[in-house]
Design a protein around this ligand. Structure first.
Ligand code: NAP
Length: 257
């Protein structure tokens, strides 16, 4: 396997010269992941659907980080390809792809419209497929790369009102394992992160009653933070994770075990 080369500088990982794409990084987990890589000197391409990703990028650029932004719907094939092309034009390559962009359209199945199903599967699962397919060609040529897919514990355990979301996140797990097998010989690893309840705008939308219910089931007794997920993504992209592929790593305070 090709050497991946993430150096350590004074005990800290250093991604200098490495390029990381984080889809859906205008806020929440994606923003924390983009920030964590930027702090470790990576070139980071942030994405979102609109103006907010440019603002988020500006916030990090003001801190002196090497970040750029791309606005577009990653579930559109031409847009996903253009994200990779723009990243290569800007930074020369793609070393790490974090497929994080995702949405929910929660409804009980009986009320779930075909559109609710299609939107969630298209953005969460097809978007992951399209970005991976576009980026992996470059990684194959370099015989090195890291793909990190953000799934969810809901993809492992199911959830009332989330049949569409659970199917998309379970789909990401099957996709992750297939990519891990297909590209291991090319020096590319592919893993999934399955967060539990992480405090972001996605979970803010839930009622206090539902939040209380989740909290009761979390052995560590609190919700997770986006930066805790970011630390795991950084680890999986580093040399320290060179022998890990095809895995689903839960980060959920023990909610699902
Ligand atoms: P969030 O705060 O709602 O952020 C979602 C991000 O995805 C935003 O940056 C949004 O960009 C982007 N996005 C949505 N549709 C997109 C599209 N078609 N193309 C490109 N970008 C798109 O969500 P989050 O809570 O941080 O969740 C991030 C990921 O973690 C998701 O995949 C989610 O399913 C997963 N997850 C979250 C939790 C949790 O507890 N929060 C738990 C398990 C898994 P715009 O703002 O530009 O629309």
């Amino acid at each position: 396997m090709a050497e991946y080369l993430v150096k350590e500088v004074s005990g800290k990982m250093d991604f200098k010269g490495k390029t990381v794409i984080v889809t859906g990084s205008s806020r929440g987990i994606g923003f924390a992941v983009a920030s964590a890589f930027a702090e470790l000197n990576a070139n980071v391409m942030m994405t979102g659907t609109g103006e907010s990703v440019h603002k988020a990028c500006e916030e990090l650029r003001k801190k002196g980080f090497n970040v750029s932004s791309f606005a577009g719907d990653i579930s559109d094939a031409a847009t996903a390809q253009s994200l990779i092309d723009v990243t290569v034009d800007t930074y020369g390559s793609v070393d790490v792809l974090v497929n994080n962009a995702g949405i929910t359209r929660d409804k009980l199945l009986i009320r779930m419209e075909e559109e609710d199903w299609d939107d969630v599967l298209r953005i969460n699962l097809k978007g992951t497929f399209l970005c991976t397919k576009a980026a992996i060609r470059l990684m194959m040529k370099k015989r090195s790369g890291r793909i990190i897919n953000i799934s969810s514990i809901v993809g492992l355990m199911g959830n009332v009102g989330q049949a569409n979301y659970a199917a998309s996140k379970a789909g990401i797990i099957g996709f992750t394992k297939s990519i891990a097998k297909e590209f291991a010989s090319r020096g590319i690893t592919c893993n999934a992160i399955a967060p539990g309840f992480i405090e972001t705008s996605m979970t803010d939308a839930l009622s206090e009653e539902i939040k209380e219910m989740y909290l009761k089931g979390i052995p560590l007794g609190r919700f997770g933070t986006p930066s805790e997920v970011a630390d795991l993504a950084v680890f999986l992209a580093s040399d320290k994770a060179s022998y890990i592929t095809g895995q689903v790593i839960n980060i959920d305070g023990g909610l699902y075990m």
